[in-house]
Design a protein around this ligand. Structure first.
Ligand code: FAS
Ligand code: PHB
Length: 390
């Protein structure tokens, strides 16, 4: 088989790249290790930056998002028993975010790929990348007991943190930066109305909590938990009780509890691999970087990577211009590091870090007191939350 670009990974990054390239006549094949149901069964991000919303519209996959997505002009921070509002629109000259689950984005992308005859191979096993530093790279994979080969011009590594692409870059070429946080997020999804029509990020001495949603009838909640926890030790009632303890009294009358339809623990890390290019291989999304979800940047960084990479590949094929490909890694990393900074800052601001001692706790309180007393400080937070320009 042959394709212009082989895309490893059928998550949001890989599917969005496939869709954007297809619309410009650049042929791709997506190789996904898991089944479609497995990919769509993962519950992950919920907040889209304006840049990603615009890109999904450009990719012609935004109709359902525009019907069902919830535009949010602000969010609340619960601190000291009170709610402090961050007026995103007022602080950023009118910008907002869209609440629309990653699962729905991925579903919409799969539907569009199917409608346009996109080639997505599921349960592609043992994907391997070959001849990346030559001008005739190829990819092999196994399916139904047979080994297949796809010759191509380029490989897009969109296969997430545990994928094969980043690991195909020699260790003496790749530089990795990592910070692992000493806690995780326990997430719960339930078909109950959200506690508020905006998100609530809670700083509490018992630990961080987040009240989010997927619609006005489906809620998504998180509580900070230790890395020693297991989901089995957290029946729904225990989760709801702990969540309520971390929220201000004033919001509790609006808390509707109910049976979880999903409950899981995600570890938190900050991670970046440089460079995001090796010969004919280009990394995008979680394959190259991970952010703690506190800043709602993970999925949005995958989108900005794909914005840069799709433009670069289209320029190559349509204008024979390689400038975008040459600049890709540096351009993408510049935005990634700023989002890593924001995600780390939000995580340090809102979670409990017992190892930081009393001085660390006082510094956190001073940060929060300053934030809510300063329009300049809230503006700085708001412009990162809505998303820095591409
Ligand atoms: P993905 O990991 O989504 O997709 C990669 C795909 O590649 C997967 O489908 C995988 O099966 C496939 N793959 C892996 N190895 C392969 C191989 N060798 N061959 C072929 N295919 C292979 N972000 C937020 O903004 N907010 C959140 O609340 C949030 N919560 C998260 C919770 C969890 C548990 C995780 C893991 C991530 C979370 N994220 C969150 C981040 C998440 O949304 C990612 O940023 C987003 O999925 C990035 O998309 P992709 O880069 O496409 O990677
Ligand atoms: C979510 O709804 O899953 C969500 C929202 C905001 C975040 C993280 C996760 O910062």
């Amino acid at each position: 088989m042959r394709a212009d670009v082989v895309i490893v990974g059928g998550g949001p990054a890989g599917l969005l790249l496939s869709q954007l390239l297809h619309l410009k006549g650049v042929e791709t094949i997506v190789l996904e290790r898991k089944s479609r149901d497995y990919v769509l069964g993962r519950i992950r991000a919920g907040v889209l930056e304006q840049g990603m919303v615009d890109l999904l519209r450009k990719a012609q996959v935004s109709a359902r998002m525009d019907r069902e997505g919830l535009v949010h002009a602000g969010f609340d921070v619960a601190y000291g028993g009170k709610l402090h509002h961050i007026d995103l629109e007022g602080l950023t000259g009118g910008k907002s975010v869209m609440v629309y689950g990653q699962t729905e984005v991925t579903q919409d992308l799969y539907d569009a790929r199917d409608a346009m005859g996109g080639k997505v191979v599921h349960e592609a096993e043992n994907v391997a990348l070959h001849e990346l530093t030559g001008d005739k790279p190829y990819v092999t994979y196994e399916k139904d007991g047979e080994t297949h080969r796809i010759d191509c011009d380029f490989v897009a590594g969109c296969d997430g943190f545990h994928g094969v692409s980043r690991k195909s870059i020699p260790v003496d070429v790749l530089k990795e930066y990592e910070l692992v946080y000493p806690f995780g997020w326990m997430g719960l999804l339930a078909d109950v109305p959200p506690i508020s029509d905006e998100l609530i990020y809670a700083n509490h001495e018992r630990g961080f909590a987040l009240c989010s949603m997927r619609s006005m009838t489906r809620s998504r909640y998180y509580v900070q938990c230790t890395l020693a926890e297991h989901v089995e030790e957290w029946p729904d009632d225990r989760f709801w009780e702990e969540l309520a303890k971390r929220l201000p009294e004033q919001v509790l009358p609006n808390l509707t509890t109910g049976p979880s339809i999903e409950k899981s623990i995600a570890p938190l890390r900050s991670f970046i691999a440089e460079p995001m290019r090796y010969g004919r291989l280009f990394l995008a999304g979680d394959a190259a970087h991970i952010v703690p979800p506190t800043g709602a940047k993970g999925l949005n960084l995958a989108a900005s990577d794909i914005y840069y990479l799709s433009h670069a590949l289209i320029d190559f094929y349509k204008k024979n211009d390689e400038a975008g490909l040459e600049a890709y890694s540096e351009r993408a990393l510049s935005r990634v590091w700023k989002a890593e900074r924001f995600s780390w800052t939000m995580t340090k601001l809102l979670h409990t870090f017992p190892e930081d001692g009393e001085f660390g706790a006082k510094m956190q309180r001073a940060e929060l007191d300053y934030l809510f007393s300063s329009r300049a400080a809230m503006t700085s937070l708001a412009e990162s939350y809505v998303g820095l320009p591409y």
